[in-house]
Write a protein that binds this ligand. Structure first.
Ligand code: UD1
Length: 434
């Protein structure tokens, strides 16, 4: 049961916990990097595959741990998952379980996304509440309130959400009190099988949500955007078999663009849709990087002189919180002081202490970080604390002369496919050790 992709889950997890990355700086990165499929689009699409009673084929899923965890979660719910070459086939002909355990949801908060589809399909679900994580409290109140407006009754008992929809899900008009990516996704998926029409407003409009909607339309759902942040969903009763290829990972793309900028490198990232990352491209241009865009490729040349800039994170199309830590590393090398305001998560400066150990001068005050420029990072032994914090440490280490060691890289493996291989290909000296 725990064997997916032929690997033993427990052994894999154990060995990942022990692994470290050694990074030897400082060389300029040069070459081409292929960007993988998006983790944050794949997760809701995998959750939405539960709507089907038959077969869904997905392509371009990234080979990262969060996706393996989601596939294990689907497996635990009775889906049969098969991987054939670059395709992942999910067969739901015997999918009949409605219990999502703490063990699977605790490591990957997106596990809560199975709540909507399970309720839509079976009228009941028991899903572990994901709890907080290192970047903040991360409640699910917006998901639950909106689901209750579709007719769901729930209680939270011993860390689990026990939810039922005694009369099935019934379409409704719902306005989210705050923009939430996960709540928007959960509700779009749930409303797809509800009776009647649902209109959701104040939705998140991240590209991954647009990708989820494209997938749902492909499997027969009736969904259309009626204004910038409002979407209309007419419930259907039948889901079609379909094959879908997931969009590129815009955060991975942004991370490698920053890697080029911070090392004065010269990199092309491939397999992207440049207009989707326009905010990131514009920001990097303001900082002084030279960027050219061609079809599905972005070419960046890092400038020796990096200009300071003030940034605040915001829902799409604003600057992504998932690139805040990486950008902070770049701004440590700017000509003057910069300020970063984190407006999405209340505690997303975990990387600051480690960057300061490498010689950075960053001070925080609530959700603002003051970043002093002209820093030369020093190599150090480091501890990763969350997914994007880990990658920021690697970026800083790439610019520091000597050997840095990044511990607890299982955080990194949750979301970056083959990071050391991709960086090595463009000239980084980096290796994984046990
Ligand atoms: C998703 C992304 C994550 C990204 C985040 C913001 C996935 C798997 N994860 O996370 O990488 O950093 O969007 O772009 O796609 N909130 C509430 N109550 C709720 C839900 C959210 O208060 O019920 C708050 C959160 O604590 C946070 C803010 O709303 O402060 C935004 O969170 P949300 O957009 O829901 O993020 P996630 O979907 O968890």
């Amino acid at each position: 049961r725990w064997k997916i992709y032929g690997s033993n889950w427990c052994n894999l997890t154990q060995s990942l916990i022990m692994q470290k990355l050694e990074v030897f700086g400082a060389n300029k990165l040069k070459g081409k990097i292929n960007i993988s499929g998006s983790k944050n689009a794949s997760l809701p699409i995998l959750a939405a595959s539960l709507l089907s009673k038959s077969k869904i084929t997905l392509k371009n899923l990234p080979k990262v741990k969060d996706i393996e965890t989601m596939l294990l979660l689907l497996d635990s719910l009775g889906s049969k998952v098969k991987k054939i070459k670059d395709k992942t086939i999910i067969n739901n002909s015997n999918q009949n379980k409605t219990f999502a355990s703490y063990n699977l949801v605790k490591t990957m908060r997106a596990g809560i996304l199975v709540l909507g589809p399970l309720l839509a399909k079976f009228g009941k679900a028991r899903v572990s509440s994901p709890g907080g994580c290192s970047i903040g409290v991360r409640p699910i109140d917006i998901h639950l309130k909106a689901l209750s407006q579709l007719g769901v009754k729930y209680k939270i008992n011993q860390g689990y959400v026990h939810a039922t929809a005694p009369n099935g899900l019934i379409g409704s008009k719902i306005r989210f009190s705050k923009i939430s990516v996960g709540a928007t996704e959960n509700l779009i998926i749930a409303a797809s099988l509800a009776k009647g029409t649902t209109i959701l407003s104040n939705c998140a409009i991240e590209p991954e949500i647009k990708d989820l909607v494209s997938f749902l339309i492909k499997i027969g759902c009736k969904i259309n955007w009626i204004s910038k942040r409002s979407i209309k969903i007419v419930g259907v009763s039948k889901i079609k078999d379909a094959s879908y290829s997931v969009m590129f990972d815009r955060i991975e793309a942004g991370t490698y663009l920053v890697a080029a900028a911070v090392t004065e490198g010269n990199i092309s990232i491939k397999n992207v849709i440049p207009r989707i990352i326009q905010t990131e491209i514009n920001t990097l241009k303001k900082i002084g990087a030279k960027i050219k865009v061609k079809n599905d490729e972005v070419h960046i040349v890092g400038n020796k002189k990096i200009k300071s800039i003030n940034i605040k994170t915001a829902p799409y199309p604003g600057f992504p919180t998932d690139l805040q830590a990486q950008m902070m590393v770049l701004l440590c090398k700017a000509n003057k002081q910069s300020v970063i305001k984190e407006d999405i998560f209340e505690n997303r400066f975990m990387h600051v202490a480690e960057l300061n150990r490498m010689g950075a001068k960053i001070s925080t005050d609530g959700n603002k970080a003051k970043v002093i420029g002209n820093i030369n990072f020093e190599a150090a032994e480091l501890m990763a604390t969350d997914l994007r914090a880990s990658v920021s440490l690697i970026l800083a280490a790439l610019t520091a002369k000597g050997k840095s060691v990044v511990n607890r890289i299982y955080h990194l493996d949750r979301g970056y496919e083959n990071i050391e291989k991709k960086l090595k290909k463009v000239g980084a000296k980096i290796r994984r050790v046990n």
